[in-house]
Write a protein that binds this ligand. Sequence first.
Ligand SMILES: [Zn+2]
Ligand SMILES: [Zn+2]
Length: 196
Amino acid sequence: MAEGRIKWSNDFLGLGYRYYDLRMNVAPLFEDRKQAVNAWHDVIRWWIDPTIRVRFVEYAKSYLFVMAAESKRPESNVAFYHTMPRSKHYERFKAGIEGEAYLRLGMYAKKYLDGVKDDAVCECGHEAEDHGEEARDGLEATDECFAPGCECRKFETVQITLLHKKKTVTDIAFMAEDDAKNDALAWNCISANVQD
Ligand SMILES: [Zn+2]
Ligand SMILES: [Zn+2]
């Protein structure tokens, strides 16, 4: 790949990780299905699987995700990057990846009490049915959690939906900030996009 002429995009919300398939899944997440489907059909479906490279450059509290590949349609090719906070999902992905992952695209949505089933789990750890009460006896309606000892005032959960189409990624590397300059792709991304 001509590293100097990469077109970069960070026009997505972040990354999701899934563990229950045959392999770990890493998924750039978009706000709506149309954006995800477009990114797949315009860019990723043309990628040549063995050329896909994914890099994770680690900082103290965040990491930079970088992803690029050679394309059968180089004229419309794009590389992706995003800075994310280090999370337990990321650490679990890193620990469990065993050198290979599926790349998929997905959608990220925040859901509130009105939009979920009773067994949806809130960020407080309790289910939707533990939350909320209709207005009655002069009291206002509430979305708060009534599980004993819970301080949650409002049901909130993140729903991640992944598209089924996937690519297999075998060239994945995790590196400290200081080592990024030794990796052509990571360094190209940092030079082009990341100011300090
Ligand atoms: Zn809650
Ligand atoms: Zn709760």
